[in-house]
Ligand binder design. Structure first.
Ligand code: AMP
Ligand code: MN
Ligand code: MN
Ligand code: MN
Length: 283
């Protein structure tokens, strides 16, 4: 099967390598079809496309949109869209709009438990001023010795109920799916195994996603073990969704999964890239 890796991040959101460096790493690790999917921005895509061309890698445009659904944050990956589409760009701009105020509020929450200067501390880690995220605060909290590693920071400080967590209203599910599909792309539910939904809320997510025109789901992702991959392969069959594969790479030291090293998709699933054949830029 084609070695496709269609989920990763650069310094344009919360990754630590520039788009061209992410492309070089993906290519070195055997990826044949690649998409950069930064959170809520397409800023890195011109550099990503040029790098993929230079490296001889197939390329799709990509983005990972933050969505609020049933009281949880859900991520929707868009692939193969027109990156100049005005409605998509406006939607992404509105989605990332509140990030600065949210980061200040998160830092205020941390200050209340004696951790001072988190906002200023995180700034040197931020590659894109419009896109400060929990990851940037987390990297500062690790670097300043508050926690040993990123998972510990999230567990103790940055998830619901913890001092640095601030609930945020992201895009609507239908809006995100429409921005992507009306720009000629395919919308994909990112890492479904990560959400803390009840079975009925998860069913509602898949049903509403499909009703809005969403067509795909990540089956093989760095967030899924074999059990979750099998479960979401079954969900893909049940909801007649295309299947995707992506490492969710952010940083060489933080990532559990190397580029292009996830298991292949089960043979009876239809890979999302087959439905996007006309949108793939061949090197
Ligand atoms: P935000 O969009 O600001 O809410 O930040 C979410 C990002 O934080 C995700 O895209 C991940 O990169 C990172 N993240 C979320 N949960 C964890 C975790 N438990 N461990 C490490 N990174 C995480
Ligand atoms: Mn991230
Ligand atoms: Mn995600
Ligand atoms: Mn991601």
């Amino acid at each position: 099967m084609l070695n496709a890796d269609l989920h990763c991040h650069s310094t344009c959101s919360d990754g630590t390598l520039a788009p061209a460096a992410v492309a070089a790493l993906a290519s070195r690790q055997g990826v044949e079809l690649w998409a950069l999917t930064d959170h809520d921005t397409v800023d890195g895509l011109a550099e990503a496309a040029a790098a993929a061309q230079r490296l001889g890698m197939g390329y799709l445009t990509g983005v990972e949109v933050s969505v609020s659904f049933a009281g949880e944050t859900v991520h929707i990956v868009g692939l193969g869209f027109d990156a100049d589409d005005a409605a998509l760009r406006a939607g992404l701009a509105s989605t990332r709009g509140g990030r600065q105020a949210r980061a200040l509020a998160m830092a205020a929450g941390l200050a209340e438990v004696g951790i001072h200067g988190a906002f200023e501390g995180a700034l040197p880690y931020v590659g894109n001023p419009g896109l400060i995220s929990r990851s940037h605060l987390a990297r500062w909290l690790v670097a300043s010795g508050v926690c040993a590693d990123m998972p510990a920071v999230f567990r103790r400080y940055l998830v619901e109920g913890k001092p640095g967590y601030v609930p945020h209203r992201w895009a609507g599910l239908g809006d995100a799916v429409r921005w992507i599909t009306q720009a000629g792309g395919q919308a994909v539910i990112a890492h479904p195994g990560r959400y803390k939904f009840s079975a009925s809320a998860e069913y509602a997510l898949f049903s509403e996603f499909a009703a809005h025109g969403g067509r795909g789901v990540e089956v093989q992702t760095g967030s899924h073990g074999p059990g979750a991959a099998a479960k979401y392969a079954t969900m893909a069959r049940e909801f007649k969704l295309l299947a995707s594969r992506g490492s969710d790479f952010h940083d060489p030291a933080e990532s559990r999964t190397a580029f292009g090293s996830l298991p292949d998709l089960a043979g009876d699933l239809t890979p999302v890239w087959e439905a996007l054949a006309e949108r793939v830029v061949q090197p």
